[in-house]
Design a binder for this molecule. Structure first.
Ligand code: ATP
Length: 458
């Protein structure tokens, strides 16, 4: 994790208190270990020796990932009148990818090291001539374009006509359904179609835990606008998407918006900017926001023969909408949230590990902890947990000393722990402990739900 010159030794713990702009190399291993230990992310097919670059999300991870996706959906669909949702198929025929340009252009330049046989993505090499695996220079083969799409066959007969592709992005589902959605939802530009789902890329060099995997989840939105409004909406979405990460707890010093240079832009894009996070290995992309012009709709209209236009009743003009696309990775963003939230601090000569996750991202919002396992406490405490579960993910834990239980909840980022003790039987009140400050307040049992509601606003 990065330590900031502007905020030296701030309360958020030692990991961020190193020299300026020095990512904490140890943080990466800490997140991988915590993920395995606490059921956030497991290596896939582990009992068969593992399967490189695939991961399974455990009981805690599945909640965090779901919360990331829900937070995105809430801000992109639920809280807006101009964006609707879609869930398109993962499998699609070659015609889609022919039209979108993916069949010919969705490639990465691949080089092999003649010395050690390692394969690398040429555009990601730090030293263009030196193999990062064996260190030898001048041993690379000529670059070859490697198509990243996974191909399979549909139906029992192999061969032409049976060939299908797993989508490498969710975006094309929105473009090919533009007319369906526009007609059925009766939306007028500016309006958007949003989708969350799995995408697949046969990455040459997957790695950095869930940062780059061959199977991952994306959160994408295509925003259709009148051509002369595209620049304005591009600026709007750059700002709005950047703010989303801040609003969900990533500190400003770990985020930046980087505009692409001319030579980085796709031929159809007039502007693209990446939201980047300061990972332990340096700045890297969480999301790209692109002004894609009318490229996608024009391509699909040409190839399919469908009319993918908008007729403006007022101006009596017909036009192909331009598209602004904010495209984010859910799995990659989850990793950034974990890294930004991870903290260690000394409390009573012990190291407290705490995930300072924003409450919307935290897997459990609350945990109910009876001070003793005895039925006079555990039975009503379990009743309270069951009641709170109707509104929030609520954990219940009655094993080991209360201090240990608090630490376990801190480690997975639970914002509030409700302790049910012997006094509760007398005063009908409980103690609520806040994760970050560790402060405790005594609240009447009858007020617990409203107390939490005020603090857990989505
Ligand atoms: P990169 O340059 O890292 O390969 P990209 O620019 O090709 O990414 P996009 O096509 O813009 O990525 O996809 C949008 C988002 O999807 C990315 O910002 C990232 O968060 C996520 N994403 C893309 N590829 C992967 C991957 N292999 N694993 C995990 N997330 C990914």
């Amino acid at each position: 994790m990065l330590a900031s010159k502007r905020e030296p030794c701030r309360q958020r713990g030692q990991l961020r208190c190193q020299t300026m702009n020095t990512p904490d190399a140890g943080l990466f291993d800490k997140i991988v270990n915590l993920s395995k230990r606490r059921g956030i992310v497991y290596p896939s097919a582990e009992i068969y020796g593992g399967f490189r670059s695939t991961y399974d999300y455990g009981p805690i991870g599945v909640l965090i990932l779901r919360n990331v996706k829900d937070a995105w959906w809430r801000s992109m669909v639920q809280k807006r009148q101009d964006v609707v949702g879609l869930d398109a198929s993962i499998l699609s025929p070659p015609a889609v990818w022919e039209a979108s340009g993916h069949l010919s252009n969705f490639t990465d330049p691949l080089v092999d090291c003649r010395n050690c046989g390692a394969r690398h993505r040429q555009d990601k090499l730090e030293k263009p001539d030196q193999c990062p695996t064996c260190g030898m220079s001048g041993q690379f083969t000529e670059p070859r374009n490697f198509n990243l799409m996974f191909k399979t066959t549909a139906g029992p007969v192999e061969g032409a006509g049976a060939e299908v592709f797993l989508r490498p992005e969710t975006a094309q589902g929105m473009f090919i359904n533009y007319a369906n959605v526009q007609y059925t939802s009766r939306k007028k530009p500016p309006f958007g179609i949003a989708q969350i789902g799995k995408s697949f890329r046969n990455e040459i060099t997957p790695g950095n835990f869930v940062f780059r995997t061959r199977e991952f989840e994306q959160m994408e939105m295509e925003y259709f606008v009148a051509p002369d409004e595209a620049d304005k909406w591009y600026e709007y979405w750059c700002e709005t998407r950047f703010q989303w990460y801040l609003d969900h707890g990533i500190p400003a010093d770990l985020l930046r918006l980087r505009a692409h240079e001319e030579d980085e832009l796709s031929h159809y894009s007039s502007a693209t900017a990446d939201v980047e996070f300061l990972f332990p290995w340096g700045w890297d992309e969480l999301e790209g926001i692109a002004n894609r012009g009318d490229y996608d709709l024009t391509q699909h209209a040409k190839s399919s023969g469908a009319k993918l236009e908008y007729y403006d009743q007022v101006s009596k003009e017909r036009y192909t909408p331009h598209v602004i696309e904010p495209a984010a990775g859910a799995t990659r963003t989850m990793m950034a949230f974990l890294m930004a939230a991870y903290d260690e601090e000394q409390v009573n000569d012990e190291t407290r590990t705490v995930l300072r996750l924003h409450h919307t991202i935290a897997p459990y919002k609350v945990a109910v902890l009876p001070l003793s396992k005895k039925p006079e406490l555990s039975v009503p405490a379990m009743e309270l947990a069951n009641e709170l579960s109707g509104s929030w993910m609520c954990d219940y834990d009655q094993t080991q000393a209360i201090g240990k239980r608090y630490r376990r909840q801190d480690e997975i980022g639970t914002p509030f722990c409700v302790t049910y003790d012997f006094d509760t039987l007398e005063d009908q009140a409980v103690t609520i402990r806040e994760r970050d400050s560790m402060e405790q307040v005594r609240i009447p049992l009858a007020d617990v739900r409203s107390w939490l509601s005020e603090r857990l606003v989505p």
